[in-house]
Ligand binder design. Structure first.
Ligand SMILES: Cc1ncc(COP(=O)(O)O)c(C=O)c1O
Length: 392
């Protein structure tokens, strides 16, 4: 092992591409580059077949049928298509329902999609979460009624890793006659997902969170009872009219292979990853008295740790003092903004503590040596940052 290799513990931001995924994609870049919609010739038909095979693998991962999988560019697009598409289609059909219920800790692309819809006359209901990051089911039940069009609640949070009770949320949405969408970008391959068990009507996936390629994702759209969406783009009507545009066959094949591996190995990964997570936490607790885990410990995805270091200290300072460890202060998608994480603020964590917090994501390719070295380096980084008064 190279001693200076950086230790990558930011698997919520993105995961490395599994070598098997890379191998599966390769021929579709190099040997058969045909457009999978060019079904008039043999190369096009072969590409189309590969796309359909991948679609079946993606469906299998979530207990869906292949024809319920709409391919997109990633979870951002899937979430926009699910939320805006469902809302706009319902109105076109004369529905009186306007309310869209979600949580304050959702990914920005969900919150911003819903905020955009407010300008079109929809009524966002953005519910708070408990100090453990979990939805309050009683509160949710009160908010979801016969005026509710859509309930959108993420499966696993990208910062604190907490797992929502999707089966209960899906059931209460269905009971009220509302659609249920879940952003499962961080959940796929990490916890079991079954669209029937959770009664999802719409479910978003992303390739680069499950050891697949970047720039590809999927949206599950239920067929029975049938869910209809207004498309976001005008075009050739690919993907059953839901999503126009030429499918990137190599990326689709990569997503299919990533889904196939996740379905077989995801739970094996989960056992190993949660052991490493516990070793890392114990290593830090022994070296950093007063370090705290944010979010529910029980309802939590295996590889996640969200840790507030005792202060005053700035998480940026810890990262600077431990440059060999790749972690983050929160969601990479909001890293351009300097405010502390809105997810942590929604848990009631004070601003100074939110600024002293690191998100750690252990993954399939993290080794036992990585977590041992990371615990020592982060503890040392904390000591150095504290001593330099970075938090004052
Ligand atoms: C929960 C969640 N939803 C959506 C996204 C956006 O996914 P993508 O990068 O595929 O657009 C992310 C990525 O950070 C995420 O963690």
């Amino acid at each position: 092992m190279r001693p200076n290799r950086p230790i990558y513990l930011d698997n919520h931001a993105t995961t490395p591409v599994d070598p098997r995924v890379l191998a599966a994609m390769r021929p579709w870049w190099e040997e058969n580059f045909a457009n999978p919609h060019s079904v008039e010739h043999a190369m096009g038909r072969a590409a189309e077949e590969a796309v359909e095979q991948a679609r079946a693998e993606i469906a299998e991962l979530i207990g869906a049928e292949a024809r319920e999988v709409v391919l997109t560019s990633g979870a951002t697009e899937s979430n926009n298509l699910a939320i805006k598409g469902a809302a706009r289609f319902a109105v076109q059909q004369g529905s009186e329902r306007r309310r869209i219920v979600t949580l304050a800790t959702e990914h920005k692309c969900v919150l911003e999609s819903i905020r955009d819809l407010a300008a079109e006359g929809f009524e966002p209901a953005i519910l708070p979460v408990g100090p453990d990051g979990l939805a309050d089911l009683d509160r949710l039940r009160q908010a979801v009624d016969d005026r509710t069009l859509l309930v959108s609640v993420m499966a696993v949070n990208n910062e604190i890793g907490v797992v929502q009770d999707l089966a209960a949320i899906g059931a209460l949405a269905r009971e009220a006659g509302a659609l249920f969408h879940t952003d499962a970008a961080q959940a796929a391959g990490r916890i079991p997902l079954d669209v029937e068990a959770i009664r999802a009507d719409l479910l978003s996936l992303s390739g680069h969170k499950i050891y697949g390629p970047k720039g590809i994702g999927a949206l599950y759209v239920r067929r029975r009872p049938r869910v209809r969406l207004a498309p976001l783009f005008s075009g050739g009507g690919q993907e059953r009219g839901f999503r126009s545009g030429t499918l990137p066959a190599p990326l689709v094949v990569g997503l299919g292979e990533a889904a196939r591996i996740a379905a077989i190995e995801g739970m094996l990964d989960a056992g190993r990853v949660s052991e490493q997570r516990d070793i890392l936490l114990r290593g830090l607790e022994a070296r950093v008295p007063g370090i705290r885990v944010n979010g529910s410990r029980a309802a939590r995805v295996p590889g996640n740790l969200n840790l507030t270091f005792p202060g005053p200290v700035d998480a940026q300072g810890i990262m600077q003092a431990a440059p060999g460890v790749c972690v983050s202060t929160g969601s990479a998608c909001s890293s351009a903004a300097v405010e502390p994480s809105y997810v942590l603020r929604a848990l009631g964590i004070p601003e100074a503590e939110a600024r002293a917090t690191l998100r750690i994501g252990i993954g399939r390719f993290t080794s036992p040596a990585d977590v041992d070295r990371a615990a020592a380096a982060l503890a040392e980084g904390w000591r150095a940052a504290s001593a330099s008064g970075a938090g004052e």
